[in-house]
Design a protein around this ligand. Structure first.
Ligand SMILES: Cc1cc2nc3c(=O)[nH]c(=O)nc-3n(C[C@H](O)[C@H](O)[C@H](O)COP(=O)(O)O)c2cc1C
Ligand SMILES: Nc1ncnc2c1ncn2[C@@H]1O[C@H](COP(=O)(O)OP(=O)(O)O)[C@@H](O)[C@H]1O
Length: 281
Protein backbone atom coordinates (compact mmCIF):
# COMPACT_ATOMS: atom_id res chain seq x y z
CA UNK A 1 0.00 0.00 0.00
CA UNK A 2 1.16 3.50 -0.79
CA UNK A 3 0.81 4.62 2.81
CA UNK A 4 3.25 1.91 3.90
CA UNK A 5 6.07 3.32 1.85
CA UNK A 6 9.06 4.19 4.04
CA UNK A 7 9.35 7.91 4.72
CA UNK A 8 13.07 8.05 5.42
CA UNK A 9 15.48 6.84 2.76
CA UNK A 10 19.21 6.25 3.02
CA UNK A 11 21.39 6.24 6.16
CA UNK A 12 21.59 9.23 8.48
CA UNK A 13 25.28 9.59 7.58
CA UNK A 14 24.45 11.46 4.38
CA UNK A 15 24.24 11.06 0.61
CA UNK A 16 26.08 8.21 -1.03
CA UNK A 17 27.75 8.15 -4.49
CA UNK A 18 26.75 8.89 -7.22
CA UNK A 19 24.97 11.60 -5.24
CA UNK A 20 24.97 14.50 -4.99
CA UNK A 21 24.14 15.13 -8.63
CA UNK A 22 23.88 18.67 -9.92
CA UNK A 23 21.66 20.27 -12.50
CA UNK A 24 20.97 23.90 -13.31
CA UNK A 25 19.05 25.99 -15.79
CA UNK A 26 16.27 28.44 -16.24
CA UNK A 27 12.71 27.47 -15.36
CA UNK A 28 10.71 26.79 -18.53
CA UNK A 29 7.07 25.94 -19.08
CA UNK A 30 5.81 22.38 -19.29
CA UNK A 31 2.41 21.05 -20.31
CA UNK A 32 0.56 23.20 -17.79
CA UNK A 33 -0.92 20.18 -15.99
CA UNK A 34 0.90 20.34 -12.67
CA UNK A 35 -1.08 23.15 -11.12
CA UNK A 36 -4.32 22.70 -12.98
CA UNK A 37 -4.81 18.94 -12.96
CA UNK A 38 -2.71 17.79 -10.04
CA UNK A 39 -2.66 20.82 -7.74
CA UNK A 40 1.09 20.19 -7.60
CA UNK A 41 3.02 22.71 -9.71
CA UNK A 42 6.33 21.55 -11.12
CA UNK A 43 9.06 23.86 -12.34
CA UNK A 44 10.63 22.37 -15.48
CA UNK A 45 14.29 22.57 -16.44
CA UNK A 46 15.50 21.74 -19.95
CA UNK A 47 16.87 18.21 -20.25
CA UNK A 48 20.19 19.06 -21.83
CA UNK A 49 22.70 16.23 -21.95
CA UNK A 50 25.49 18.62 -22.87
CA UNK A 51 25.02 20.81 -19.81
CA UNK A 52 24.04 17.84 -17.63
CA UNK A 53 25.84 14.73 -18.97
CA UNK A 54 24.75 12.42 -16.14
CA UNK A 55 21.09 12.81 -17.05
CA UNK A 56 21.53 10.80 -20.26
CA UNK A 57 22.07 7.65 -18.18
CA UNK A 58 19.95 8.58 -15.19
CA UNK A 59 17.17 6.20 -14.32
CA UNK A 60 13.75 7.70 -14.91
CA UNK A 61 11.86 8.23 -11.68
CA UNK A 62 11.48 10.41 -8.62
CA UNK A 63 14.42 12.06 -6.86
CA UNK A 64 14.77 14.37 -3.86
CA UNK A 65 17.16 17.02 -2.69
CA UNK A 66 17.54 20.78 -2.61
CA UNK A 67 16.72 23.49 -5.11
CA UNK A 68 18.04 27.01 -5.08
CA UNK A 69 16.25 29.84 -6.82
CA UNK A 70 17.52 33.28 -7.73
CA UNK A 71 14.17 34.99 -7.44
CA UNK A 72 14.14 38.63 -8.49
CA UNK A 73 13.79 41.08 -5.64
CA UNK A 74 10.38 42.00 -7.00
CA UNK A 75 9.05 38.48 -6.43
CA UNK A 76 6.73 38.18 -3.43
CA UNK A 77 8.64 35.17 -2.17
CA UNK A 78 12.10 36.68 -2.30
CA UNK A 79 13.34 36.13 1.26
CA UNK A 80 14.64 39.68 1.32
CA UNK A 81 11.17 40.99 0.71
CA UNK A 82 10.43 41.97 4.28
CA UNK A 83 6.94 43.16 3.50
CA UNK A 84 5.74 39.79 2.27
CA UNK A 85 7.75 37.35 4.31
CA UNK A 86 7.35 36.74 7.99
CA UNK A 87 8.85 34.18 10.34
CA UNK A 88 6.39 31.74 11.85
CA UNK A 89 6.80 28.85 14.21
CA UNK A 90 5.60 25.53 13.01
CA UNK A 91 6.43 21.89 13.39
CA UNK A 92 7.67 19.24 11.05
CA UNK A 93 7.89 15.50 11.07
CA UNK A 94 10.93 13.34 11.35
CA UNK A 95 11.51 9.77 12.28
CA UNK A 96 8.46 7.93 10.98
CA UNK A 97 10.03 5.28 8.82
CA UNK A 98 6.82 3.57 7.87
CA UNK A 99 3.27 2.94 8.78
CA UNK A 100 2.40 6.49 9.76
CA UNK A 101 -0.02 7.66 7.17
CA UNK A 102 1.14 11.22 6.85
CA UNK A 103 -0.08 11.51 3.29
CA UNK A 104 -3.14 13.52 2.52
CA UNK A 105 -6.06 11.41 1.32
CA UNK A 106 -6.09 11.30 -2.44
CA UNK A 107 -9.40 13.04 -2.71
CA UNK A 108 -8.18 16.00 -0.70
CA UNK A 109 -4.58 15.95 -1.78
CA UNK A 110 -4.97 18.23 -4.75
CA UNK A 111 -6.39 21.02 -2.67
CA UNK A 112 -4.49 20.33 0.53
CA UNK A 113 -1.15 22.06 0.90
CA UNK A 114 1.51 19.80 -0.46
CA UNK A 115 4.17 22.31 -1.20
CA UNK A 116 5.16 23.96 2.02
CA UNK A 117 5.48 21.16 4.51
CA UNK A 118 3.02 22.72 6.91
CA UNK A 119 0.55 19.87 6.99
CA UNK A 120 2.92 17.23 8.29
CA UNK A 121 2.27 15.86 11.77
CA UNK A 122 4.54 17.50 14.33
CA UNK A 123 7.69 16.07 15.78
CA UNK A 124 10.57 18.51 15.40
CA UNK A 125 9.94 22.13 16.20
CA UNK A 126 11.57 24.61 13.94
CA UNK A 127 11.00 28.05 12.59
CA UNK A 128 10.37 28.76 8.96
CA UNK A 129 9.65 31.63 6.69
CA UNK A 130 6.54 31.60 4.60
CA UNK A 131 4.81 34.07 2.41
CA UNK A 132 1.88 35.85 3.97
CA UNK A 133 0.02 35.53 0.72
CA UNK A 134 -3.30 33.77 1.05
CA UNK A 135 -3.18 32.47 -2.49
CA UNK A 136 -4.38 28.89 -2.28
CA UNK A 137 -2.48 27.62 -5.23
CA UNK A 138 0.14 28.67 -7.69
CA UNK A 139 -1.75 29.86 -10.72
CA UNK A 140 0.35 29.97 -13.82
CA UNK A 141 0.08 33.12 -15.84
CA UNK A 142 1.56 31.30 -18.78
CA UNK A 143 -0.80 30.46 -21.61
CA UNK A 144 -1.43 26.71 -21.93
CA UNK A 145 0.91 25.02 -24.33
CA UNK A 146 0.55 21.84 -26.31
CA UNK A 147 4.19 21.06 -26.10
CA UNK A 148 6.68 22.05 -23.44
CA UNK A 149 8.82 24.93 -24.53
CA UNK A 150 12.53 24.53 -24.75
CA UNK A 151 13.17 28.21 -24.43
CA UNK A 152 12.75 30.61 -21.61
CA UNK A 153 9.15 31.34 -20.92
CA UNK A 154 7.98 34.91 -21.40
CA UNK A 155 7.87 35.34 -17.71
CA UNK A 156 5.87 37.64 -15.56
CA UNK A 157 8.93 37.81 -13.34
CA UNK A 158 11.83 40.10 -13.91
CA UNK A 159 14.35 38.33 -16.14
CA UNK A 160 17.30 37.72 -13.91
CA UNK A 161 19.74 36.31 -16.43
CA UNK A 162 21.32 39.73 -16.78
CA UNK A 163 21.27 40.55 -13.10
CA UNK A 164 24.75 40.54 -11.60
CA UNK A 165 25.39 38.89 -8.24
CA UNK A 166 22.18 36.93 -8.21
CA UNK A 167 21.25 35.76 -4.77
CA UNK A 168 20.14 32.15 -4.46
CA UNK A 169 17.95 30.80 -1.68
CA UNK A 170 17.58 27.15 -0.86
CA UNK A 171 14.39 25.11 -0.71
CA UNK A 172 13.73 21.40 -0.24
CA UNK A 173 12.44 19.72 -3.37
CA UNK A 174 11.18 16.52 -4.92
CA UNK A 175 11.42 15.95 -8.65
CA UNK A 176 10.56 13.67 -11.51
CA UNK A 177 12.84 12.81 -14.40
CA UNK A 178 11.20 10.83 -17.19
CA UNK A 179 8.31 10.43 -19.55
CA UNK A 180 5.37 10.65 -17.11
CA UNK A 181 3.81 7.33 -18.16
CA UNK A 182 0.44 8.46 -16.80
CA UNK A 183 0.46 11.13 -19.52
CA UNK A 184 2.51 9.10 -22.01
CA UNK A 185 4.87 11.96 -22.85
CA UNK A 186 7.22 11.42 -25.77
CA UNK A 187 9.69 13.98 -24.44
CA UNK A 188 11.78 13.38 -21.35
CA UNK A 189 11.23 16.06 -18.76
CA UNK A 190 12.85 17.16 -15.52
CA UNK A 191 10.29 18.76 -13.23
CA UNK A 192 10.73 19.99 -9.71
CA UNK A 193 8.10 20.44 -7.06
CA UNK A 194 9.58 22.89 -4.57
CA UNK A 195 8.38 22.23 -1.03
CA UNK A 196 7.31 25.78 -0.44
CA UNK A 197 4.10 27.63 -1.10
CA UNK A 198 4.80 30.42 -3.57
CA UNK A 199 2.58 33.43 -4.07
CA UNK A 200 3.57 33.75 -7.71
CA UNK A 201 5.10 31.80 -10.58
CA UNK A 202 8.83 31.96 -11.25
CA UNK A 203 9.19 31.12 -14.92
CA UNK A 204 12.47 32.38 -16.31
CA UNK A 205 14.22 32.23 -12.93
CA UNK A 206 17.62 30.49 -12.59
CA UNK A 207 17.33 27.28 -10.60
CA UNK A 208 19.99 24.89 -9.33
CA UNK A 209 19.38 21.38 -8.08
CA UNK A 210 21.44 19.32 -5.69
CA UNK A 211 19.94 15.86 -6.07
CA UNK A 212 20.67 13.64 -3.09
CA UNK A 213 18.83 10.42 -3.74
CA UNK A 214 16.38 8.30 -5.72
CA UNK A 215 12.90 7.72 -4.33
CA UNK A 216 11.11 5.41 -6.75
CA UNK A 217 10.54 4.57 -10.38
CA UNK A 218 7.89 6.50 -12.29
CA UNK A 219 4.61 4.63 -12.76
CA UNK A 220 1.42 4.62 -14.69
CA UNK A 221 -1.76 4.90 -12.62
CA UNK A 222 -5.38 3.94 -13.03
CA UNK A 223 -6.45 7.44 -12.07
CA UNK A 224 -5.29 10.91 -11.19
CA UNK A 225 -5.97 10.45 -7.47
CA UNK A 226 -3.51 7.58 -7.20
CA UNK A 227 -0.81 9.67 -8.91
CA UNK A 228 -1.46 12.61 -6.57
CA UNK A 229 -1.41 10.31 -3.55
CA UNK A 230 1.98 8.93 -4.53
CA UNK A 231 3.40 12.40 -5.20
CA UNK A 232 2.23 13.55 -1.78
CA UNK A 233 4.07 10.62 -0.24
CA UNK A 234 7.13 11.53 -2.31
CA UNK A 235 6.94 15.00 -0.73
CA UNK A 236 6.80 13.44 2.71
CA UNK A 237 9.75 11.21 1.92
CA UNK A 238 11.76 14.24 0.81
CA UNK A 239 10.86 16.32 3.87
CA UNK A 240 11.69 13.58 6.31
CA UNK A 241 14.78 12.29 4.56
CA UNK A 242 16.18 15.82 4.31
CA UNK A 243 15.43 16.63 7.94
CA UNK A 244 18.73 15.23 9.14
CA UNK A 245 21.92 17.20 9.76
CA UNK A 246 24.00 15.36 7.18
CA UNK A 247 21.31 16.00 4.57
CA UNK A 248 20.86 19.72 5.31
CA UNK A 249 23.09 22.38 3.71
CA UNK A 250 25.22 24.38 6.07
CA UNK A 251 25.16 27.39 3.73
CA UNK A 252 22.55 29.91 2.87
CA UNK A 253 18.94 30.37 3.69
CA UNK A 254 16.97 27.18 3.92
CA UNK A 255 13.37 28.10 3.31
CA UNK A 256 10.76 25.56 4.22
CA UNK A 257 12.00 24.47 7.58
CA UNK A 258 12.80 20.83 6.98
CA UNK A 259 16.40 21.04 8.11
CA UNK A 260 17.55 19.43 11.30
CA UNK A 261 16.75 22.18 13.73
CA UNK A 262 16.85 24.57 10.80
CA UNK A 263 15.88 28.14 11.29
CA UNK A 264 15.27 29.99 8.07
CA UNK A 265 17.95 32.49 7.42
CA UNK A 266 20.38 30.91 9.79
CA UNK A 267 23.43 29.35 8.22
CA UNK A 268 25.05 26.35 9.79
CA UNK A 269 21.95 24.32 10.56
CA UNK A 270 23.27 21.32 8.67
CA UNK A 271 26.56 19.73 7.69
CA UNK A 272 25.97 19.08 3.99
CA UNK A 273 28.13 21.03 1.53
CA UNK A 274 25.59 23.18 -0.26
CA UNK A 275 28.04 25.85 -1.38
CA UNK A 276 27.33 25.24 -5.06
CA UNK A 277 23.64 26.01 -4.52
CA UNK A 278 24.28 29.53 -3.29
CA UNK A 279 27.53 30.55 -4.95
CA UNK A 280 27.36 33.67 -7.08
CA UNK A 281 27.66 33.31 -10.84
C1 LIG B 1 7.45 13.96 -7.18
C2 LIG B 1 6.81 13.66 -8.50
C3 LIG B 1 6.52 12.35 -8.84
C4 LIG B 1 5.92 12.07 -10.06
N1 LIG B 1 5.66 10.77 -10.38
C5 LIG B 1 5.06 10.49 -11.55
C6 LIG B 1 4.76 9.13 -11.91
O1 LIG B 1 5.06 8.17 -11.19
N2 LIG B 1 4.14 8.90 -13.10
C7 LIG B 1 3.81 9.93 -13.95
O2 LIG B 1 3.25 9.66 -15.00
N3 LIG B 1 4.09 11.23 -13.64
C8 LIG B 1 4.71 11.52 -12.47
N4 LIG B 1 5.01 12.81 -12.14
C9 LIG B 1 4.85 13.84 -13.16
C10 LIG B 1 3.50 14.47 -13.20
O3 LIG B 1 2.68 13.69 -13.99
C11 LIG B 1 3.77 15.84 -13.81
O4 LIG B 1 4.28 16.67 -12.79
C12 LIG B 1 2.58 16.39 -14.44
O5 LIG B 1 2.38 15.70 -15.66
C13 LIG B 1 2.68 17.87 -14.71
O6 LIG B 1 3.53 18.12 -15.79
P1 LIG B 1 3.74 19.58 -16.37
O7 LIG B 1 4.63 20.34 -15.41
O8 LIG B 1 4.41 19.36 -17.71
O9 LIG B 1 2.42 20.22 -16.50
C14 LIG B 1 5.60 13.13 -10.95
C15 LIG B 1 5.90 14.45 -10.59
C16 LIG B 1 6.50 14.71 -9.38
C17 LIG B 1 6.82 16.15 -9.02
N1 LIG C 1 5.99 24.93 -5.19
C1 LIG C 1 6.24 25.07 -6.52
N2 LIG C 1 7.07 24.20 -7.14
C2 LIG C 1 7.32 24.34 -8.45
N3 LIG C 1 6.81 25.30 -9.23
C3 LIG C 1 5.99 26.20 -8.67
C4 LIG C 1 5.66 26.12 -7.28
N4 LIG C 1 4.82 27.13 -6.97
C5 LIG C 1 4.64 27.83 -8.10
N5 LIG C 1 5.33 27.27 -9.14
C6 LIG C 1 5.31 27.81 -10.51
O1 LIG C 1 4.43 27.00 -11.24
C7 LIG C 1 5.06 26.59 -12.46
C8 LIG C 1 4.62 25.20 -12.83
O2 LIG C 1 3.23 25.11 -12.96
P1 LIG C 1 2.64 23.92 -13.82
O3 LIG C 1 1.17 24.03 -13.73
O4 LIG C 1 3.29 22.64 -13.45
O5 LIG C 1 3.02 24.36 -15.28
P2 LIG C 1 4.13 23.90 -16.30
O6 LIG C 1 3.57 22.72 -16.99
O7 LIG C 1 4.31 25.08 -17.19
O8 LIG C 1 5.38 23.56 -15.56
C9 LIG C 1 6.55 26.66 -12.19
O9 LIG C 1 7.28 26.88 -13.38
C10 LIG C 1 6.66 27.81 -11.22
O10 LIG C 1 6.80 29.03 -11.93
Amino acid sequence: MASQRPRILYPDAGPEPPYPLRMEGTVISGFGRGSKELGIPTANLPVDTTATPWIADAKSGVYFGWASLALPGSHADHPGNGGKIRPVTTTITAGAHEGSDAAAPAETAAKSETSDGLTSPPLVTTEISISTSTSSDAPSTTPPTNTPSTTQDPSTTTPSSTTPNRQYHIYPMVMSIGYNPFYKNSIRSAEVHVLHKFAADFYGVPMRLLILGFVREERDYSGLEALVEDINIDCDVARQSLARAAWTPREGVVVGGVGAGAVAGEAGSGTLDGGWLVRED
